[in-house]
Ligand binder design. Structure first.
Ligand SMILES: *Cc1c(COP(=O)(O)O)cnc(C)c1O
Length: 425
């Protein structure tokens, strides 16, 4: 292998020199979005519901499900989904530790708690073989995250849920439009809930929503945080409380977000497909390079990476003489243009003091175990696979357009650092 020029981190020429244009720009905002927002503003309809109802119709069409309920954040949508699934005082949900906290931390506000299962080191999603032994009589729901856009292996999870009478809430915040064995993510569990804040691949502004085919779950979620819909709820246990939200929350979506949502979802699949083409090309160029393992679905399968949110690569330091991921990333970033290659991913939830020490509501003990009859906290060493992953993941450039030249130069940056790895040890 020819080593080419010296590493940029050692004063050599950078691998990425092309003009990057708008290849990393996200979200894509056009005059269509601007006009939709201005129309809401000019009517003074920011707090209304008409555009949100229209956006919910769009979402029902997109997911092919009977019910959609927009929220002001993804965190709120997931909390309402938990309550809809019957999570209350002392109840447990099972989720993964490596994720944004909005997947499960809000369970505390319901009096519930979270137990973390291991992840699959290749997909970074819940390991279905590590769930069942964590189920107790307090477990109410499993919350898989299609983490960094990779679909979770849903079939065995649905089987476990059925066997134990549990609900499944898919957190689709990273993977809108992605497929698992040909099925749209968010339509496999009992509820699909997700964020659509501006950073996500379906990017609308602060906002989130849930989708479901189950009217009972929809009505329960609406009763929790949507007081203005409670009059139309038919559920006999909920209708006596019409007029006030049972959660004591006001969760409806800001209509500037619903307006952007309507224009964004119309263009989403087309934009997502260009992202998929660009990202798959990037990985194709790096095939077989030591130390670098793609985080993606098999090319010949019917599962996809959606909009490739927070795109990651898996790092195998043992193939590069043990070069630490942070040093590897520093060297690749020095070769790169504007995109910074960062080691690791979200901080692990199970090691954070909020999960282990914080007494948030004055129970006189940590909130995590406030209503538990056992200490279910998971200390360092309890999830060895999960805990090994921060050293074995890095971000890769999230290309929004298929531009062969720029993609090739970024791939060359990774390849160059691998070829010079021993100089970095
Ligand atoms: C962003 C995110 C959320 C929370 O969504 P917000 O809209 O920011 O409240 C939940 N889960 C995951 C995995 C996320 O990345």
């Amino acid at each position: 292998m020819s080593k080419g020029s010296a590493l940029a981190i050692h004063g050599g020429a950078k691998a990425v020199i092309a003009d990057e244009g708008d290849i990393f720009r996200w979200p894509i905002v056009t005059t269509e979005d601007e006009e939709a927002v201005l129309a809401v503003l000019r009517r003074g309809a920011m707090s209304g519901l008409d555009i949100t109802y229209e956006f919910e119709d769009d979402l029902k069409g997109y997911f092919g499900l009977r019910h959609a309920l927009c929220h002001n954040t993804g965190t709120a949508a997931i909390q309402a989904a938990m309550w809809a699934c019957g999570v209350g005082v002392g109840d447990e949900v099972i989720s993964q530790s490596m994720t944004y906290w909005g997947t499960s931390l809000q369970v505390f506000s319901l009096g519930g708690t979270v137990v973390f299962s291991e992840i699959d080191p290749k997909t970074l999603t819940m390991d279905p073989s590590d769930i069942e032994h964590r189920i107790t009589e307090r477990t109410k729901a499993i919350i898989p995250v299609h983490y960094c856009a990779h679909p979770t292996d849903m079939d065995p999870i649905m089987e476990i849920a059925e066997k134990h009478g549990l609900k499944v809430i898919e957190d689709v915040s990273h993977a809108q439009g992605g497929l698992y064995k040909g099925r749209l993510l968010g339509t496999i569990g009992h509820i699909g809930a997700m964020s659509i804040m501006s950073g996500k691949s379906l990017a609308c502004g602060e906002g989130g929503f849930l989708v479901t085919d189950d009217k009972d779950l929809y009505e329960r979620a609406a009763a929790f945080g949507h007081y203005s819909r409670t009059q139309s709820i038919e559920h006999p246990e909920l209708s006596p409380f019409a007029g006030m939200p049972l959660g004591g929350y006001k969760y409806r979506m800001h209509q500037l977000s619903s307006a952007v949502g309507r224009t964004q979802i119309k263009r989403y699949n087309e934009r997502m497909q260009e992202i998929q083409r660009a990202m798959n090309h990037f990985w194709d160029l790096l095939e077989g390079v030591p130390g670098i393992v793609p985080h993606r679905t098999p090319a010949d399968g019917d599962s996809t990476m959606g909009g490739w949110y927070a795109a990651k690569g898996i790092y195998a330091p043992e193939q590069l003489g043990g070069l630490p991921v942070a040093r590897f990333c520093e060297a690749v970033t020095a070769e790169a243009g504007s995109f910074r290659i960062m080691p690791g991913a979200n901080p692990l939830m199970h090691l954070h003091p909020v999960l282990n020490d914080a007494d948030i509501y004055g129970h006189g003990k940590p909130t995590r175990i406030a209503h538990s009859d056992r200490d279910l906290r998971q200390r360092e060493g309890s999830l060895p696979v999960t805990e090994s992953m921060p050293e074995r993941i890095y971000s890769i450039p999230w290309f929004k357009h298929y531009d062969e030249k720029i993609i090739a130069q970024y791939a060359a940056a990774f390849r160059k650092v691998v070829e010079h790895a021993e100089e970095l040890l």
